[in-house]
Design a binder for this molecule. Sequence first.
Ligand code: 3BY
Ligand code: FES
Ligand code: FE
Length: 418
Amino acid sequence: MTADQDKSIKSLVEQRIPGKSLDAAFYTSDDIFKLDMREIFGRHWIFVAVEPEVAEPGDALVVNVGLSSVILVRDDNGDIRAFHNVCRHRGARMIPEGATMIGNIVCPYHSWTYGLDGKLKFYEHMGAEFKPGCNSLKPVALRSIGGLLFICLSDNPPTDIDDMARVMEPYLAPHNLREARIAHQADLIEEGNWKLTMENNRECYHCGPNHPELTIPLFAYGFGFSPTELDEQGRAEAQRYTDLVDASCSRWEGAGVPSREVDELTGRPTGFRTQRLPIDQSGESYTMDTRAACRIPVGAVQDKALGALSFWTQPNSWHHFMGDHIITFTALPLSANRTLVRTTWLVHKDAVEGVDYDLERLTEVWKATNQQDADLVAIAQQGAEDPAYEPGFYSPYTEGLVEKFAAWYIERLKDSLA
Ligand code: 3BY
Ligand code: FES
Ligand code: FE
């Protein structure tokens, strides 16, 4: 990036008006996309996978984040390691994107072979001076929080991941994600900038008009409303919802299941938020009838009406933990106007498809919801590319978390451009 480009981006960052959507360039410019990949995705903790994706020693998963490619592998001691997928000989990409099983990491080009600890074990014709010990694979910083795998591509990762781990481990522990099994995974490419994907995730203003399936389990009042716009009946319903949230939270916390809201979305590199909220009707799961889709609980909690523990992280993930299954989402930018959204459904490791759960029933609400969200992100991108676009006001009642996402993004860029 030239100094001039850096300067004009810097002034766009400085000019951002709190409470309004971002300037169009943040959604459309290739230069800002490169900056995002360098400063946001290159220097923050990114959610990329779950431990059950590398359940056994030798299980490997390659995840691409921008131009970087990372190998996640379970070693023979059962520890998960992460390495840059770049050979130390002449840099070839060693393993293609996706899941595989390996005994060693073998570069296809000239057969340099690395152990699952990253050490160079085999090579030929390099002469007496060559030092294999200085040619190990480059490690990538990796943290598992309750079985959710976060990587950081920087050599100097933000240390406040420790705070997120300390808060979140007790929230996630009862759900046994580490022991769960993947029932299904789906990749969806959204035709929009990654920030439009994230902004869309941070509000439910759009849920009523767009998500007929999701709004069966989801309470309409759960994601904000304007009190002055409610009539008497609406106020009574909103009050019933608030009372239910309080009563449910007290019941769950009383049973030793952490549920209270924690909001640390802004003011730190590793922003996050969590809250367990009741589910409508029978209160069990994100299904079309709100009843559990899997008859074996995924975690240790027997209360079937466990609602959903949601966990949102900056810059790229959200997760819902129910009594019977877990859903995790990662957003990975592909270009200024394309984003990969990967959704993973997990059930108890002993649950058998067709016996304990029906895959269609387990996945139908979020498959439909994801497609609807992808369509919304696509029209948001089209609008952002229109010369008539200008930043618009966020609702103070239903888009507070969108503002927190935008504020976090801008504060991170200010920090890095300072
Ligand atoms: O998945 C989420 O976290 C948000 C909130 C509810 C619906 N949604 C897009
Ligand atoms: Fe990998 Fe030569 S580039 S062995
Ligand atoms: Fe949505």
